[in-house]
Design a protein around this ligand. Sequence first.
Ligand code: 5AD
Ligand code: SF4
Length: 483
Amino acid sequence: MTKRLYIETVGCQMNMLDSELVVASLRKAGYSLVDTPQQADCILFNTCSVRQHAEDKIYSALGRLKNAKARDPHKIIGVLGCMAQKDQELIFKRAPFVDLIVGPGQLHQVPALLDDIAAGGGQRLEVSLDRKAGSRTEVEQSFESYDPLRDPAMRPTPFQAFVRIMIGCDKFCTYCIVPKVRGPEQSRPAAEIVAEVRQLAAEGCREITLLGQTVNSYRHAAADGTTNLAGLLRRLHEIEGIWRIKFITNYPRDMSQELLETVRDLSKCSQYLHVPAQSGSNAVLARMKRGYTVEQYREMHGRIRATLPAAGVTSDFIVGFCGETEDDFQQTVDLLRESRFKNSFIFKYSPREGTKSDELFPDDVPENVKRRRNNELLASQNAISEEDNQAFLERTVEVLVEGPSKAGMKQAADDPLVQLTGRTSCDRIVVFDGNRRQIGQILPLAIYDASAFTLFGTVVTRRAGPEVYELALASPPARVPVH
Ligand code: 5AD
Ligand code: SF4
């Protein structure tokens, strides 16, 4: 009998990939996906711990399942991912009807654990070692990179895939829970990554996004030498069938000139760099232990602009970090304005138990001040995004067509004509009217309208004749004019 699985995922791209792989392994074990928890025999939450809000959402979703579990005790409820690693048994205490808790370094065990529970094995908890609970090697070994064989049917789109190149983080920014819940920084062997991407290409995948908490710190030593991210990109660039390569998230201090020049020189590398600044104040950066000054960030940003003038550069900021004054905040606004990021993710500081900032500094910026700073920074960013997007009007861009837009998803599935969405190499979203068969192709679009978040285009039919479709199937079009 097929078992019905419902999974809810919050958090970053790492979590999206983990969920995809867990679902793939459970499909192999006879599960099928359903759309609501009510229909499911097994309900899994893949969780995030980076801010309190993400955890609150999961605990209230769990609370809503209490009665359903009482009515149907055979329903299995599981909590996976970062919150599982962080809270461990506490989850059983707060939600005693939960059956399964699995940390991000133990996800390979999920199918067997579910079998045990279904066979009456009782509650199960599998997490990795705490960072101080053993030698570095022991702790490293307890966090396994979860990269089973890929299943194209599992991906959100068959021609795009995330590829993990590192797990964990060793930077220990004082506000961040990631080094604790995702363990020590470990790079996967380059040969393994290359083999995975080859397989993805053979399955029709055209765009890969390499994932790591500090992806540009990638470094793997093997018998034939050490590979850094630039070297890995050069190897991946040779794989036929792959058209675009992206990587997220970058750590400012490790943004080497070699890497920037490699992105410039390899036509398949997307001109898109996510390099979180977090703050524009040296006092705050020091308390965050980010490992750079704002002058060093500016220098790095200047090198990006000089080497890759057309690149889309994006950032993360935390407002209301411990001790952040109005003057500190203004320095952040100044940095955001002069850097002209394509977009920024802005977060209010959320103290996390187990981090250095929570231990050392009071969370002393009032919530209403955090909110105002958040809104102000967002308004500055949106004004920049809107202005910079206007520069695309009447230009032609090339997009990889991802699928129906939000409006397109509501259109009849049997109508070949549909509103589609695609992405430029610099990661700008373009919405246009097209044909479903164009999904997965690279198309030229003429831009006729632009908002802060979206460009609107029409297919340049002169260049999108059959020859382009053929080209698209065989190889990526030459990189003209890519923005
Ligand atoms: N509070 C608020 N934002 C945080 N981030 C990480 N930890 C916290 C925290 N404790 C943000 C950082 C990071 C992004 C993924 O989340 O900006 O880059
Ligand atoms: Fe967290 Fe800093 Fe590591 Fe990013 S680099 S995951 S912010 S500790």
